[in-house]
Design a protein around this ligand. Structure first.
Ligand code: FUB
Ligand code: ZN
Length: 658
């Protein structure tokens, strides 16, 4: 009976989701349009999404079940295989994250073989669940009596990824076996932890945001309440049993202050991102304004003092996270791929809460630069850290011992459709410029949207609006990107050196120029729509020189290049093997050049700068004129390891040759 009720609740919610009416939110200004409602046709993203399905997902499967023991651990718990636990205590999460990516890939393009593989894994996972609902191969194989004794050991983190995979697979296929496994594990946890029971301060946040996803599909209040409780546990000194020394530093796991009093970003970057995403999600449904205020304050701390121009965060490798304000080294930048993926999650939630476009500006920056850099153009090599300079020692890798990043970037790209559109009852928001079709339900009726663009290479965006019933009056709100208006980074950490063109944006409706009306960073087009109405936004895309605040010591007298949302870099492979010897004086003019044969097709930036090279006798050094070619940052290191620089010297004396 209980299951029957669950089933009907779930199918009801699926209907609501389709109509974009999901969730009784208390604080959110808008709702994202789900990726399953968006068909991506885009020349930049569609091949990447296809490559996730054809290359990256098979790599994740191969690594997860053949080359490493991640699946074998589940088989051992189920008793179908002998042997000891293989790997690291959080390896179960990689199985779940790969499953999540597989679920999105299936929704993008049905594939019976892939679905069969998912079902095979899900059967193995379900067989490894204990009678009391507990599921964790590490503790079950190494000593179940030790479970729940050490808050740093990722039992809850693994559970979070289990739930995210379960919701994704349920949404893609309607099958709920994995969701039932996940819910039983959460019920086991709720039996142990909560008001009047044991405290729990996770060492790696993730479960909070995942519980909200389960709440969204089930509408079961217990999951939202438990997520809220987990957040409220932080900052009171309840953490204990942390084995690893980093975790003894409460800042590392964001346990210094209660979430609602957070003002500064500290500690581990991925943990911070997942925490803030969960906090924003909980605020969405509980209406807790103290969370919103705290998240807004800490967001300022990130973008004003702690974010790379690539949207990457977490500069320090020793704690995989933050150090001091403005400490943004380039070659040593950690900038984990997962942290940029987390920036995409968190900024989407902040946009949802506030309706402000600045969050999408940052989301876009992290997506096209810091996150996308984590995946090779071939789809089968990965970066864990994403530095902004290399003396040639960095290389993309097939896999990692700690393999959080590959499946994270896979699940993000496979679900890109989640980030393109949003809506409130009377408005449609166009957040990202990605060729796509969708149907959005407003209070006035359903509306078909068709977006065409060659973004990020060109700034023209064409949106066809087809209301499905006559006389619909609503607003189309199109994000006017920060980079177009003259801000490369959303705060004051970075600024353009050159002037923003006066005509930085032109808006036309059915060919007629419109006055620009801006609200919360969105261009507003409000009218009674007719089928076939076409809105065009034409964004000027000049090459921009970016400088950082003087407090960022490594970037003093250096310049970076940005065009549209893309940050550029120079690579040795385009400059006879060297990049660190290049100089770009301010007066050097750069021009864009479309190179279809290079790096899968990229817009390069070329200009004549200078280089320091050895004299003919090899004894001294001389400064010569040098053609400089910059390529998009996300595409670097796809032609082998070599020197790379994002921030280039503006003067000869700034050159540092490794
Ligand atoms: O601890 C699990 C994952 O491993 C983290 O999210 C990553 O930063 C890496 O430390
Ligand atoms: Zn990672």
């Amino acid at each position: 009976m209980k299951n029957l009720l669950c089933y009907s609740l779930l199918s009801l919610s699926a209907l609501f989701n389709h109509l974009n009416l999901a969730g009784q939110t208390k604080l959110a200004k808008l709702s994202p349009v789900k990726f399953s409602e968006v068909q991506i046709t885009d020349a930049f993203w569609k091949p990447r999404i296809d490559k996730i399905a054809s290359v990256t997902v098979p790599v994740c499967i191969q690594q997860t079940e053949v080359k490493t023991g991640r699946i074998r651990n589940f088989e051992r718990v189920a008793g179908t295989r002998d042997g000891k636990f293989e790997g690291i205590f959080y390896d179960d999460s990689d199985v779940y994250k790969a499953l999540e990516a597989m679920a999105y890939a299936l929704k993008n393009k049905p594939d019976p073989q892939l679905e069969a593989k998912c079902d095979e894994w899900i059967d193995k996972i379900a067989a490894a669940q204990q009678k009391d609902g507990y599921i964790n191969t590490y503790y079950t194989l190494t000593g179940i009596d030790k479970r729940w004794t050490d808050m740093s050991m990722h039992e809850d983190y693994n559970t979070g990824h289990l739930l995210e995979a379960a919701v994704a697979y349920y949404n893609s296929t309607g099958k709920r076996k994995l969701l039932d496994v996940g819910i039983r594990m959460v019920e086991h946890m709720i039996g142990l932890f909560g008001p009047g029971k044991r405290h729990w301060v996770t060492g790696h946040q993730e479960l909070e945001l995942a519980l909200v996803k389960v709440y969204q599909v089930s509408k079961d209040q217990r999951f939202l309440d438990f997520s809220h409780w987990l957040l409220e546990e932080r900052g009171h000194g309840y953490a204990h049993g942390y084995t690893w020394s980093e975790w003894k530093d409460t800042a590392y796991a964001q346990d210094v202050k209660p979430v609602s009093q957070t003002t500064q970003i500290t500690g581990h970057a991925v943990r911070a991102m997942y925490l803030y995403t969960g906090a924003a999600d909980v605020a969405t449904y509980t209406g807790d304004e103290t969370y919103l205020k705290a998240m807004s304050t800490v967001w300022d701390d990130v973008v004003e003092r702690n974010m790379y121009i690539t949207g990457g965060i977490g500069s320090s490798g020793s704690n995989e996270g933050f150090s001091n304000d403005y400490d943004l080294p380039n070659e040593k930048a950690y900038c984990e791929t997962c942290a940029s993926v987390g920036m995409v999650f968190w900024n989407q939630r902040m946009n949802r809460l506030t309706g402000q476009s600045k969050f999408i500006d940052v989301l876009e920056k992290s997506l096209y630069n810091g996150a996308l850099d984590g995946l090779s153009l071939s789809g089968d090599r990965f970066f864990y850290g994403n530095p902004l300079a290399s003396s040639g020692t960095h290389s993309r890798r097939e896999w990692f011992g700690t393999a959080c990043c590959p499946s994270n970037i896979a699940r993000l790209i496979a679900s890109l459709g989640d980030y393109i559109y949003a809506a409130d009852a009377q408005s449609i928001y166009v957040n990202l410029f990605v060729g796509s079709n969708t149907k959005i339900g407003l209070s006035t009726g359903a509306v078909n949207i068709k977006q065409e663009t060659e973004y990020p290479w060109k700034g023209l965006i064409k949106i066809q609006v087809d209301p499905q019933t006559t006389g619909q009056q609503f607003a189309l709100k199109i994000r006017l990107p920060g980079w177009a208006k003259g801000n490369p980074g959303a705060g004051s950490l970075y600024k353009f050196l050159d002037a923003t063109p006066v005509n930085f944006a032109t808006l036309r409706v059915n060919g007629q120029n419109q006055n620009l009306r801006l609200e919360e960073g969105y261009l507003i087009v409000e009218r009674t729509w007719k089928p076939g109405d076409v809105v065009e936004l034409d964004l000027a895309m000049p090459i921009r020189r970016v400088i950082a605040r003087d407090e960022v010591k490594e970037n003093l007298n250096r310049v970076a290049f940005q065009r549209g949302p893309l940050v550029y870099c120079v690579e040795g492979v385009d400059h006879k093997g060297s990049a660190w010897n290049l100089i770009v004086p301010d007066q050097v003019k750069f021009t864009p050049e479309w190179r279809p044969e290079l790096l899968g097709g990229v817009m390069t930036l070329t200009g004549t700068g200078m280089a320091i090279v050895p004299t003919a006798d090899g004894v001294g050094a001389q400064t010569i004129k040098q053609k400089i070619t910059a390529v998009p940052y996300f595409s670097w290191c796809n032609r082998g390891s070599n020197q790379m620089l994002v921030w280039l010297p503006r003067k000869v004396k700034e050159v540092k040759i490794p």
